[in-house]
Design a protein around this ligand. Sequence first.
Ligand code: ZN
Length: 326
Amino acid sequence: MPLTNKQYDAIMREYDRRQYRNYRTQCARRDEVFQKIPRIREIEEQISSFSIAQAEKLFLDEQGTGADPRALEDLRRGLTALRQEKELLLKGQGYPADYLEMHYTCPACQDTGYIGRRKCDCFRREEIRLLYSSSRLEEALSKENFSTLSFDVYDAEQKAAMPAVIGACQRFVQTFDQEFQNLMLYGPVGTGKTFLTNCIAKELLDSSHSVVYFTAFQLFEQFSPSYGDAGSAEEQCHDAILDSDLLILDDLGTELLNTFTVSRLFQVLNERALRRRSTIISTNLSLKDFRDLYSERIFSRITSSYTLLKFTGSDIRIRRKISGSP
Ligand SMILES: [Zn+2]
């Protein structure tokens, strides 16, 4: 699934907009400062003529046509003094030293999307968001997030158990950038696993992380040898699976299992752990059934490096239908 031309253009247009916005902000800041501290405009003019003179002297020096070393040193000193004066003037009026510089949204690529010929991380994140934050996820996220979470839907057993589970999910989000961590949500159908997974996904997407969502069935479809064209499209998809900030694997245990899928799953979990990329697994299976269905190897990989969150109680969706609420 590579980007379509339209998607690529949309990303590039956003970079143009960003550059223009940041340029306008810089112009406004300069106008403001020049009005308040007119000396700064003079300093900037002097800095630029000094810099040109310095470049000329360096050029002569390089040609071996003998630039005067003392003159060069004077220029350097002059430049330093001017920069210091500018900084002091800015500080005197309560401005940060870099107030007049261009402020990029992404300093790494200076809002071009590329570092040399390589796509910047910010481009990759946007690409992954476009490709894989499928409509299913985006639509669900508008309804299912921490702000719409309500205890009213839970039965008595869930009301007792859920605060700890929800707390663990919130901690997962809060410490996401500092700690490498994984979650496994397990328990019967309809006990709120997907809802909480969506809450986490929404928070992380909102803070510009790349989140990739697959049901187990979709994941193995991606890996099946007959799927899609070989080459870059497939590589791109595998990159997203292995390299996204968060991979959500929903409904594990519903896919068709064979030794190929089991070993692929192990590879994915392992590779992500090596790259210190977080994964959330959810399954309707009990831990025992999970271990019986997959291998001991996968089970111990998960129990050793995942926080296990147990969901209990009766099916929320069925209860809602019976009580007639939406
Ligand atoms: Zn960037």
